[in-house]
Design a protein around this ligand. Structure first.
Ligand SMILES: [Zn+2]
Length: 115
């Protein structure tokens, strides 16, 4: 259910962003979800398919979900570390950091239209 409401809000965003005429030619949606966002990419994809945009103008739209890694930027040395084991620590100076720069987001990365 969680994922369904996310899909709905994505579609709402697109409907606010683009004119209907343009949306009629929508062919693909690319979404990025951070590993800390509590959104399961597979479920999100399933929600789009199951939500059945079948029979609507969106039925042929491809929905791509990409999972993004967790990254922190160190406040001491500015080094960016990719977090793999939930150890929030700078790999360079080994100071703990919670300064997230990526990993919590859910964003519409790109949309494509047919010519
Ligand atoms: Zn550091």
């Amino acid at each position: 259910m969680h994922e369904t409401s996310i899909v709905n809000s994505i579609m709402k965003t697109l409907e606010q962003e683009f004119e209907e005429k343009k949306l009629n030619t929508l062919s693909a949606i690319y979404v990025k979800v951070g590993k800390l966002s509590n959104i399961e990419p597979r479920l999100l994809h399933n929600a789009f398919t199951a939500n059945n945009y079948c029979g609507t103008k969106y039925h042929h739209v491809k929905f791509h979900v990409e999972s993004t890694e967790i990254k922190i930027q160190c406040l001491h040395c500015d080094h960016i570390t990719q977090i793999t084991d939930y150890k929030f620590m700078c790999e360079k100076c080994e100071k703990p950091s919670k300064n997230l720069i990526q990993g919590e987001e859910m964003l519409i990365h790109k949309v494509e239209f047919d010519d």
